[in-house]
Design a protein around this ligand. Structure first.
Ligand code: COS
Length: 380
């Protein structure tokens, strides 16, 4: 067992850290306030290879491993969780989904552009009445021979307005339950595909979240991913990897808030000494450091499992469940350590507290992670 990162991993982590500090930090408060999507910064992240981290270089990707991916996600998320979720969705839900399960033609046509950042991608599973209960898809994809006709609504779609390519899950054979579900590649601009207004959110306000409408959208048969009926398994397998990315995002939010709280507690004085010298604060810092380290181990284990070719359904669910809990609890503590300043935007921790909440909700709520974990341990 080796807990050391390789030279290459350290370089990748440092590159992501430098980028986050020099490029993401300056405008992060303003983007949060104005709900501004970081278009230019996404281009810069693409130049660094962050939009196709794990994609094979023959499809335009960086060819890195999952450990590199979580290192990048942690560093970006320490500063700007809105920017990091754009990276996460593009990498682990869209690029990975196409690389693992797409046809060669689909990879040539779409993955090349997604991995280089020329295109941005979105993953469309959630619906007004099917979020956790993902088999109850109401969006329909009627088989018309050489094409499908899509009808329905998708909710809370990250990168919803900004994407060029959308992976859409829909029901083709209702009577077959989850075995009747398919996944499709839908392009922006296909007739009948409409993007609804942008959501006004509590956190990750710089990311672009929309409702999408499909009204008789004609999708060519070659845009179906995998065999007929593979869509539900496609979604589940892809989401298992996505959960590693969101776990790393949660870890980064927690670690970023902790670093700010640690610095603040060594500067701010009360009762004639720095507040870090008061046990009430020192013990909070001790708990934060310990829980963040535990979360990091779970995130790394899940990433390692994926890189080794092990099953990572359980480890990714555990990593997401725990890291998101730590992110939520420890950002609240970071605000508390900052006292009145913690409630003020320029100190960053209030934004981190708001951003943390979504990590307990998207790509499977904490309750769903417990379903996955409990089923796994009861089955074994
Ligand atoms: N990989 C591959 N196959 C999987 C899988 C996985 N990770 N998880 C489930 N499956 C398969 C099962 O093996 C089963 O196939 P068979 O009938 O051939 O054995 C099929 O999918 C249905 O699984 P199951 O019976 O467990 O489905 P449930 O309806 O009970 O739901 C949960 C399973 C709750 C785990 C699933 O619906 C889920 O993850 N929901 C949350 C979805 C989500 O993350 N939503 C957020 C939107 S994306 S931001």
């Amino acid at each position: 067992m080796d807990f050391n990162l390789t030279e290459e991993h350290l370089m990748i982590r440092d590159a992501a850290r430098d980028f986050a500090i020099t490029e993401l930090l300056p405008g992060v408060i303003e983007r949060d306030e104005k709900q501004q999507f970081p278009d230019e910064l996404v281009n810069k992240m693409a130049d660094l290879g962050f939009m196709g981290i794990m994609v094979d270089p023959k499809y335009g990707g960086s060819g890195m491993d999952t450990i590199s991916y979580v290192l990048i996600m942690e560093e970006l998320s320490k500063i700007d969780a809105s920017a990091s979720v754009i990276v996460s969705v593009n990498n682990s839900l869209v690029c990975y989904g196409l690389q693992a399960f797409g046809s060669d033609e689909q990879k040539q046509k779409y993955l090349m552009k997604l991995a280089t950042g020329e295109y941005i991608g979105a993953f469309c599973l959630s619906e007004p009445e099917a979020g956790s209960d993902a088999t109850s898809q109401r969006t329909t994809a009627e088989d018309r021979g050489d094409h499908y006709i899509l009808n329905g609504t998708k909710n809370w779609i990250t990168n919803g307005g900004r994407s060029d390519v959308y992976l859409v899950i829909a029901q083709t054979h209702k009577e077959k339950g989850h075995k009747g579900i398919n996944a499709f590649i839908v392009e922006k601009g296909m007739p009948g595909f409409d993007i609804g207004p942008k959501e006004d959110k509590l956190g990750i306000r710089g990311s672009d979240t929309h409702t999408l409408q499909f009204n008789d959208v004609k999708v060519p048969k070659e845009n179906r991913i995998g065999d007929d009926g593979f869509g539900f398994k496609f979604a589940m397998k892809t989401l298992s990897g996505g959960r590693i990315g969101i776990a790393a995002q949660a870890l980064g939010i927690a670690a970023g808030a902790y670093e700010l709280a640690l610095k603040y507690s060594k500067e701010r004085k009360a009762f004639d000494t720095e507040i870090a010298n008061h046990q009430a604060i020192a013990f909070k810092l001790a708990d934060m450091a310990t829980e963040i380290e535990a979360a990091r181990h779970l995130v790394m284990k899940a990433a390692w499992d994926k890189d080794q070719g092990n099953n990572y359904d359980l480890s990714s669910a555990m990593a997401k469940l725990y890291a998101s809990k730590v992110a939520m609890e420890q950002t609240v503590e970071a605000v508390q350590i900052h006292g009145g300043n913690g409630f003020v935007k320029e100190y960053h921790v209030e934004r981190m507290m708001r951003d943390a909440k979504i990590t307990q909700i998207y790509e499977g709520t904490s309750e769903i992670q417990k379903v996955v974990i409990s089923r796994s341990i009861l089955r074994d």
